[in-house]
Design a binder for this molecule. Structure first.
Ligand SMILES: Nc1nc2c(ncn2[C@@H]2O[C@H](COP(=O)(O)OP(=O)(O)OP(=O)(O)O)[C@@H](O)[C@H]2O)c(=O)[nH]1
Ligand SMILES: Nc1nc2c(ncn2[C@@H]2O[C@H](COP(=O)(O)OP(=O)(O)OP(=O)(O)O)[C@@H](O)[C@H]2O)c(=O)[nH]1
Length: 441
């Protein structure tokens, strides 16, 4: 289920990253321990009350020159308007209102998106001396916080979640396969889309529930219904080259959030980039299906081992999504292009697959017989029972005697056994270890 996206915008130095880091807190440190996931975080998953959402920090404009800043701030605000459900507009309560705040406020006000005006750096109980000036922006009542000291953040989160859509976030019916095509500029995303849509597929705009067909491309292939998410964003050739790589990552994240399956398109000549790692990391953490498409394969001079070597390099760079199938294609010659849609359908099914409890327990039981669970100080891990709790991504609950005894390597072993028996190609799978109350410890 797609989660709402909340974006923090505001001019440089108002404290956006400080707020982001405060809210993200411990999670960031945990994720950074995973090899391959980059340190430079743009998003974090947040749980507040009964709500879950993705928080995006759009900041980080390098103030290269005074002229660039206003243009980039406009771009930043546009991006938030396009991608977020709720926008946190941050201003500096110590410095007071300045003209660039007004400029962003004008854009946000026109957007019709819910905007929260947040006055940061109010470090004491007293209100900011500039508080009343900010009413002039016409964005409503400012919420005073101190990101550095962690004051007022709970109240702000309460306010944020009030604006989430009540009826869920689904744009399309359950049976429509939602596909995000992501990758750096110029890797061939549009060419791939055109090629797929060019072959006997019918572009439709009446797929039930569609509210976003202005930016998405729904189409059918026989009985199967698909939609390419945010094709408008892909097709729009940016007039000004996107200076800030972060912006294209933010866009991609918003698309992935709404997708079932992501096609990560990589230019064969260029290989895996930092940006690819960030987006693949997001896809992985959000439990989406993932297919790696190496495009422009026609440009590579091949020897017997070329494909193997490529595969090895990609697995190395994207080690946390080993499950993702890799396709070597050329949108220009059409080589293996007919495999893409087939693979999308397959991975979407794998991501939504349910294993009957009986069969699952046979496999887990057999795994324990083949390779005894680890023990510590004379106590051995026991898995009493396993059950699949949910799909998208497939999530398994293991009822065990003691959580401390479940090592990463054993968990990985169980995962591998499950994959060997059931497949789950192209999808991450998750485990929840639950200590059985009153169980045999
Ligand atoms: N006193 C005080 N200082 C703060 C607070 N929040 C952030 N700061 C300081 O303000 C400065 C800018 O903070 P950042 O979080 O980097 O600002 P930013 O908006 O992310 O800036 P960009 O990344 O350039 O867009 C830092 O020196 C922070 O320590 C706060 O609540 N109170
Ligand atoms: N040789 C070769 N060129 C390709 C292939 N696919 C795309 N191209 C070329 O690569 C360039 C970029 O292709 P696009 O499809 O516009 O790439 P994109 O990823 O949509 O680019 P942005 O819109 O900038 O994000 C074009 O000149 C294409 O003709 C391919 O498989 N082989």
């Amino acid at each position: 289920m797609a989660k709402p996206i909340v974006a923090i915008v505001g001019r440089p130095n108002v404290g956006k990253s400080t707020l982001f880091n405060k809210i993200a807190g411990k999670r960031i440190a945990i994720v950074e321990d995973e090899p391959g996931v980059t340190r430079d975080r743009i998003y974090t998953e947040v749980e507040w009350l009964t709500h879950q959402f993705t928080l995006i920090d759009t900041g980080g404009i390098e103030p290269e020159s005074e002229e660039i800043i206003p243009a980039q701030m406009r771009r930043q605000a546009e991006l938030a308007i396009e991608t977020a459900h709720v926008i946190v507009f941050m201003v500096d309560g110590r410095q007071g209102l300045i003209s660039s705040d007004r400029e962003i406020a004008d854009m946000l006000r026109k957007s019709k998106k819910p905007v929260l005006l947040v006055l940061n750096k109010v470090d004491t109980k007293e209100q900011s001396a500039h508080l009343f000036d900010f009413y002039e922006l016409g964005i409503g009542e400012p919420i005073e916080i101190s990101s550095a000291l962690g004051l007022g953040i709970g109240d702000m989160l309460d306010e944020i979640v009030k604006h989430f859509p009540e009826e869920g976030m689904e744009d399309y019916d359950e049976e429509v396969i939602k596909v995000a095509i992501i990758g750096k500029p110029n890797v061939g995303k549009s060419s791939i889309i055109n090629k797929i849509l060019g072959e006997d597929r019918v572009i439709v705009s009446n797929i039930a529930g569609t509210t976003r067909d202005a930016i998405d491309t729904p189409f059918t292939d026989g009985e199967d219904q698909y939609v390419f998410i945010d094709t408008a964003g892909i097709r729009r050739k940016s007039k000004i080259k996107e200076h800030v790589e972060k912006y294209s990552v933010v866009r991609a994240i918003a698309a992935v959030e709404r997708a079932d399956v992501c096609l990560l398109v990589i230019d064969a000549e260029e290989g895996v980039t930092e940006q690819d790692k960030k987006i693949a990391g997001f896809s992985h953490e959000n439990g989406k299906g993932l297919i790696i498409v190496i495009n422009k394969w026609d440009l590579i001079e091949k020897e017997t081992n070329t494909m193997n070597q490529f595969t090895k390099d990609i697995r190395n760079e994207l080690s946390y999504c080993e499950y993702a199938p890799i396709l070597f294609v050329s949108a220009v010659t059409g080589q293996r292009m007919n495999k893409i849609l087939e693979k999308i359908k397959f991975v979407a099914n794998q991501n939504a697959m349910r294993i009957p409890t009986g069969t699952l327990n046979e496999v887990v039981g057999e795994a324990m017989l083949l390779n005894q669970p680890p023990s510590d100080k004379g106590k051995r891990l026991k898995i009493f029972y396993a059950t699949q709790a949910s799909v998208k991504p497939p999530t398994f609950i293991l009822f065990i005697n003691d959580r401390e005894l479940m090592h990463f390597s054993y968990q990985r072993y169980i995962e591998n056994r499950i994959r060997e028996n059931f497949g789950f190609e192209g999808t991450p799978i998750r485990f929840i270890n639950r200590e059985k109350a009153g169980g045999d410890k």
